[in-house]
Design a protein around this ligand. Sequence first.
Ligand code: ATP
Length: 247
Amino acid sequence: MSLLEVDRIDAYYGQSHILRDLSLEIEDGEVCALLGRNGAGKTTTLRCVAGATPPDVRSGEIRFDGDEVVGRETEDVSISGIGLVPEERRIFPNLTVEENLHLAEVSRNSSNLIGRNLSQVSETRPLREIYDAFPRLDDRQNQMAGTLSGGEQQMLAIARALRQNPRLLMLDEPYEGLAPQIIEDVEDAIRRISEEGTTVLLVEQNAAAAIKIAERCYIVDQGEIVYEGPSEELRADEETRQRYLGV
Ligand code: ATP
């Protein structure tokens, strides 16, 4: 059984049919990339897995560790072990780095835990472990998050998701707007996260960068999966890259 199984989903925004019979599987422990052009349906796929609405999943199933996810609340999905770093990062600019990281803990300890089987709720990761993994944040604990560089803000967004100790971390275009040197820092962070045992689903338009760290790739085009294979294979397959990714 794969850790995440997206099984033939059809998803809509209102009347617009966005994802069509889309399936993908993420194995426990791997780094997998979902690639595609602007508007192909990458973010929509992540939103379906994370339990966000819209989109509306009208058919198909999504299973995480064997349990059905469709129809569950976002918070519930998060508690079950799926972390999402959204494209817009959503850090709190007027709070410090440390306060942003504390908020992850507060949300995990608040009323949304009432009535849950607490043995199934993961502990938040200690701040010290997070700072060890992100030394740039360690140096800037008391800096206002809004004054961090783009790369540092991306690190903070990832660090905040990691505080919740997800088994699967989904990253939506983490390299967007970052300079090549900073992209390398974020790549290193993702590699470390993976080495520590977290499964990663990386959504990117920047196919070249994603292929570097993912073991396996999917390509989505107009809401359909049009390619699945090892990164090596896609790297060598110029025709597919040109056709669906324009690179
Ligand atoms: P990008 O890299 O530009 O974010 P993407 O592959 O993530 O692209 P999606 O954001 O999943 O693409 O969008 C897929 C399609 O769904 C697009 O045609 C988009 O216009 C449409 N769409 C996205 N969000 C909504 C919404 N809230 N309401 C209606 N249509 C939407």
